[in-house]
Design a protein around this ligand. Structure first.
Ligand code: ATP
Length: 464
């Protein structure tokens, strides 16, 4: 049998020419994502979001938040602390189970996740990097520990940085039921930072030690969980295709096999994305049974249950979890939007390659850019006036430097859906040129109609 070609995750490309290597370079060059503490040589597994990166991240977070708490009458929000009582993590099973198998190379000292290694290398105990001998796998707990209060190293004041946001929701279940007008079935949504001491942080912002999650835990009556799992599976897939504009062909479900299921789960699906280097998880949609509330009840010494106001029945609710990575969604939004297009010949007769990010307008860091064609005859003043109006509603950007073609290309490369150019016509009849990023089509629009037109275009946007 022919040996399978090994994929290099950095340089592997999708059909639109996107690779991790090109994306990292674009992100640095255009201010989406920088390496953390770069001036000191960087820190593994940590990244900083630049001006465009934070705008993109916030947009995705807001879309998710609206989708959950505004579009669903029965979902409320929460913002729990990162640091929690250490018993939380005993009850949740994290102290005991939240570990990955670790192997070390005795020669080059590199550490690997045993389950990510080629089974042949693992059996032969041979380091894939230097050929040295590998140790036996041992379990490595991924939670970061720290100490609270004026205590020295040791176990006193031990606290963990949360490795997921979900537990903050479970421990507040009673609080929310007692203080809000929710009744089962209902959900609690939360976004925030999570920390995992990952053995191997790789693939840019795909797997990092500090990342952000967007989790919604949906509490249901036992027995109704399979139908709610089916509902949330579809709902979450629809969110990626319709609300974030991700190509449906690059998304799929992966159902966990029996031996893959987490200790708390009855059934579980991952929504996976097709990265240039293969299919990997983006979000988990899980039936967590009553494990979480039951265990917290046991560990805190008081059963956590729910009294059905209609039937007077008391039960421990089941939980359907939708657990998405925000920072991983940023990566997917960028990866999915990226395209290198050959759009003819440049003035030297060479292939003219345009790099464009086809962000959904709701996701794009900038919605519109306004340019005076030239910096004279008062066109700059007029363009600034239009920009000042647009920015009341959209993320608008004003740019007067460089040839107009170059200004368009700069906006294509960061995924700005619309450009507005002000020229001498604008002074005469109030008309501007509205240019569309994806089609590069240009139309004439009266400046007074711009806001309505952009609103309409945003609503009907569909990527080809
Ligand atoms: P894996 O098995 O790949 O380590 P997981 O199954 O443990 O991941 P979950 O605990 O289900 O992941 O986390 C939910 C979501 O949080 C993931 O789908 C992913 O989007 C995000 N996520 C988890 N770990 C990381 C990380 N280290 N860096 C970035 N995002 C992460």
């Amino acid at each position: 049998m022919a040996k399978e070609k090994k994929i290099n995750p950095q340089t592997a490309q999708n059909e639109h020419g996107a690779s991790m290597e090109k994306l990292v370079s674009l992100c640095k060059r255009r201010g989406f994502v920088y390496q953390s503490s770069e001036i000191y040589g960087g820190l593994n597994g940590a990244w900083d979001y630049g001006p465009l990166g934070i705008a993109l991240k916030k947009n995705i977070q807001e879309i998710w938040w609206r989708e959950m708490t505004q579009k669903h009458d029965n979902i409320v929000g929460l913002d729990a602390a990162v640091m929690m009582h250490p018993r939380v993590w005993e009850a949740s099973g994290h102290v005991e189970n939240f570990s990955d198998p670790l192997v070390d190379c005795k020669s080059c000292k590199t550490r690997f996740r045993a389950d990510n290694l080629d089974p042949e290398a693992l059996t032969a105990k041979k380091c894939p990097q230097c050929g040295g001998e590998l140790t036996e796998p041992r379990q490595f707990n991924l939670m970061f520990k720290t100490h609270q209060g004026p205590v020295d190293e040791g176990e006193d004041g031990l606290v963990y940085l949360r490795p997921e946001t979900a537990q903050g929701i479970f421990v507040n279940f009673k609080n929310v039921v007692d203080t809000s007008r929710v009744s089962i079935p209902f959900g609690i949504a939360q976004t925030g930072k999570a920390f995992r001491n990952e053995i191997t942080t790789k693939n840019f912002i795909f797997r990092t030690c500090e990342f952000e999650q967007m989790e919604m835990q949906f509490f249901v009556k036992p027995g109704t969980d399979p139908e709610w799992l089916a509902y949330w599976k579809e709902e979450r897939m629809r969110y990626y295709t319709d609300s974030l504009g991700i190509l449906a062909s690059r998304l799929r479900f992966h159902q966990h096999a029996k031996d893959e299921l987490a200790h708390y789960a009855a059934d579980a699906y991952d929504i996976e994305y097709q990265y240039p280097f293969g299919w990997q998880e983006l979000e988990g949609v899980h039936d967590r049974t009553d494990f979480d509330l039951r265990r917290h009840g046991e560990y805190c010494g008081k059963e956590i249950n729910y009294l059905d106001p209609e039937t007077n029945e008391r039960y421990i609710p089941y939980i359907i979890e939708t657990s998405a990575g925000l920072t991983r969604s940023v990566l997917i939004a960028l990866m999915d939007a990226y395209e290198e297009q050959n759009i003819g010949r440049d003035k030297d007769g060479k292939d003219d390659i345009r790099t464009v990010l086809h962000f959904h307008p709701n996701v794009a860091p900038l919605t519109v850019a306004v340019f005076p064609l030239v910096k004279k005859d008062g066109l700059d003043e007029l363009a600034k006036e239009i920009h000042n109006e647009l920015k009341m509603e959209f993320n608008s950007f004003y740019d007067q430097s460089g040839a107009i073609g170059r200004r368009y290309r700069r906006m294509d490369e960061i995924g700005t859906p619309y450009c507005v150019t002000v020229d001498s016509n604008t002074k005469e009849n109030g008309h501007v040129t509205l240019r569309f990023r994806d089609s590069m089509q240009q139309i004439s629009v009266h400046k007074q109609d711009l806001i309505t037109r952009i609103r309409q275009e945003n609503r009907i946007y569909k990527r080809n």
